[in-house]
Design a protein around this ligand. Structure first.
Ligand code: 5GP
Ligand code: SF4
Ligand code: MG
Length: 458
C-alpha cells in the first residue's frame, strides 16, 4: 500500500490526490482520502484507481488544511470497499482516521480477544484492530492512547493518523515499510511512503522517519518521540528495493534506480552469459537491473519487449479459454530485435513462474535462438507476512523446485539468480543486518511463522 498525508495547506486534499497518484504503483485496488477542516473529518473511499475515483467536485467535498490518503493493495482482508482505507471512525474521544502500510502479524489473536469483549468490527482489515485498541485505551491523551495501542501490535506498520487537529506519523520499530517527511516552501508538512510523491508536489525531502519514531504535527509544530522498545536489529524490506518502490524514489537512504542497477551489475558478475548478443529487460520492473547487467558485461542493451501502458497490474481475467492472452496484452516482443539472437533477459523476480514461462516462450516465438534468464533477486522461497502480497509457500515455484528445474519449466536455456550476499552488497549492507530478507532466506524477524525466528524477537 501507499500512504500520503499533509497538514497546514489550504489545498490539502488536492495535494493528497496528487501524492496518491505518484504512489499508485503501491496499490491499485482502492483509494481514499480523509480531510480535516479543524472541526470535523470527511472521507471519500472507493474501489479503483486514484484518477477514476477523484474529480474536482469530490475533492471540493473534502475541505480543510489537513488530509491523509491511501492506495490499497490487499494483503490482509479481502478486496472490498469495506476494507478501503483510510479507516474512519468516531469514538468517545472524537473522530479519527488511519492509513496503514504493512501487515500486523498478531491482528487475528487481538481481534478474537476484542470480539470476545464485545467489539464489533466493520472490516476484515488488520488495521481496524488499532482503532479498537485506541478507542478502549484508558490513557488520558490521544498520543498516549495511540502508543498504548501500538505497543500491543506486532508486525509492519507505517501509519498516518488524522484527528480534527493533529496529524500523526509512525514507523514500526523494525522500519519494515518506508515513510519519509517532507516540507513545502509555504511551510506545510508532508509525510509519504516514497520520495516520488514529494517530488511531484515540489516538497523538499526533510528526512526518513526513524524506525520506531512517532511524529505529531499540530498547528505547524512538529514533535518527535521514540515510544517503543528498541529491537535488536532493523528489518527494512529488501524487496522494496528489488521491486516494489518506484525507481525515481530515494529509499532507506539510497536511490532505488541506482541500487537496482547495482543488482544488475552484481548479477552479471555472479551469473555471466558471455556468448549472448544482447541484454533485454522485462519492463518495467527489470529495466534498471538489465541496464546494470549490460554495463557490467559489455553486452549491448536493447528493447526486446514493449509494455502496454493501458493494462494495469490488476487485469480482470476473461474466461479460461482466452486467459493465456493475459501476458500478451501486457507485453509484446519486438521480432526485429530478437530474431536470430542469443538474448539475456533480466527480470526482478520469479514468483509462481507462470508469467516468466510465457515471456520466455514469447521471446523464442519471436525468433530468439537462446534465452538466458537472469533474476536480480534470490529465489523467492517464503511468503511475506509484512505487507507484500506473495502467494502461499506451495505456490512459490522456488520453494519446491531447484534452479535447474525452474529453468526447464520456464523453458529458458539457462537461469541464474543473484545471491543473497550479492543482493546485500547492492543495497549497501553486505551482511543484511538492517534488512528483512525473509522471503528469500526464511529468516522471519517477527511473528510465530518461522521455526528460525529467534525467541527474543517475539
Ligand atoms: P511469475 O513468473 O512468477 O508468474 O511472475 C514474475 C513477474 O511477476 C516478474 O516480472 C515480477 O516483476 C512480477 N512480480 C513480482 N512480485 C510481484 C507482486 O507482488 N505483484 C505483482 N503484480 N507482480 C509481481
Ligand atoms: Fe520484504 Fe520479503 Fe521481508 Fe516481506 S519478507 S518484508 S517482501 S523482504
Ligand atoms: Mg515484472
Amino acid at each position: 500500500c501507499g500512504i500520503f498525508g499533509i497538514t497546514g495547506h489550504a489545498e490539502a486534499s488536492n495535494l493528497t490526490y496528487l501524492g496518491l497518484h505518484a504512489l499508485q504503483h503501491r496499490g491499485q485496488e482502492s483509494a481514499g482520502i480523509v480531510a480535516s477542516d479543524g472541526h470535523g473529518l470527511r472521507a471519500h473511499r472507493q474501489m479503483g484507481l486514484v484518477a477514476d475515483i477523484f474529480d474536482a467536485p469530490v475533492l471540493a467535498g473534502l475541505p480543510g488544511q489537513s488530509a491523509i490518503g491511501h492506495v490499497r493493495y490487499s494483503t490482509a482482508g479481502g478486496s472490498q470497499l469495506k476494507n478501503a482505507q483510510p479507516l474512519f471512525v468516531a469514538y468517545a474521544g472524537g473522530q479519527v482516521a488511519v492509513a496503514h502500510n504493512g501487515n500486523l502479524v498478531n491482528a487475528g489473536a487481538l481481534k478474537e480477544k476484542l470480539e470476545a469483549d464485545g467489539a464489533i468490527f466493520q472490516s476484515d482489515a488488520d488495521t481496524e484492530v488499532i482503532m479498537h485498541l485506541l478507542a478502549r485505551s484508558k490513557q488520558v491523551s490521544f498520543e498516549q492512547k495511540l502508543v498504548e495501542a501500538l505497543r500491543k501490535v506486532e508486525g509492519a506498520y507505517s501509519l498516518l493518523v488524522l484527528t480534527q487537529n493533529k496529524l500523526v506519523a509512525v514507523r514500526d520499530p523494525l522500519g519494515i515499510r518506508p515513510l519519509v517527511l517532507g516540507r513545502m516552501k509555504e511551510g506545510a508538512y508532508v509525510v509519504a511512503s516514497e520520495t516520488t510523491a514529494l517530488d511531484l508536489i515540489e516538497a523538499d525531502v526533510v528526512r526518513e522517519l526513524e524506525p520506531g519514531e512517532l511524529l505529531v504535527i499540530e498547528n505547524g509544530v512538529l514533535r518527535t518521540s521514540r515510544p517503543f522498545a528498541e529491537p535488536p536489529r532493523l528489518g527494512r524490506c529488501i524487496f522494496e528495493q528489488v521491486y516494489f518502490a518506484r525507481p525515481d524514489s530515494v529509499l532507506f537512504g539510497n536511490s532505488v534506480y541506482e541500487v537496482r542497477k547495482q543488482m544488475g551489475m552484481q548479477l552479471a558478475r555472479e551469473q555471466p552469459a558471455p556468448d549472448a548478443d544482447l541484454v533485454i529487460a522485462v519492463p518495467d520492473s527489470g529495466v534498471a537491473a538489465a541496464i546494470g547487467f549490460s554495463q557490467q558485461s559489455g553486452i549491448p542493451y536493447d528493447v526486446g519487449l514493449i509494455r502496454s501502458h493501458y493494462v494495469g497490474r490488476t487485469f480482470i481475467e476473461p474466461q479460461q479459454s482466452i486467459r493465456h492472452f493475459g501476458v500478451k496484452l501486457k507485453l509484446s516482443a519486438v521480432r526485429h530485435v530478437l530474431k536470430g539472437k542469443r538474448v539475456v533477459v533480466v527480470d526482478d523476480s520469479i514468483v509462481r513462474g507462470t508469467t516468466s514461462r510465457k515471456i520466455v516462450k514469447m521471446i523464442k516465438a519471436a525468433g530468439a535462438l537462446e534465452v538466458h534468464l537472469r533474476i536480480s533477486s534470490p529465489p523467492t522461497k517464503w511468503p511475506c507476512f509484512y505487507g507484500i502480497d506473495t502467494p502461499s509457500r506451495q505456490e512459490l515455484i522456488a520453494a519446491t523446485h531447484s534452479t535447474d528445474e525452474i529453468a526447464k519449466y520456464v523453458t529458458a536455456d539457462t537461469l541464474g539468480y543473484i545471491s543473497l550476499e550479492g543482493l546485500g552488497t547492492a543495497v549497501g549492507d553486505p551482511s543484511r543486518g538492517s534488512f528483512c530478507t525473509a522471503c528469500f532466506s526464511g529468516e522471519y524477524l517477527i511473528g510465530e511463522l518461522s521455526p528460525s525466528m529467534p525467541e527474543a524477537n517475539k
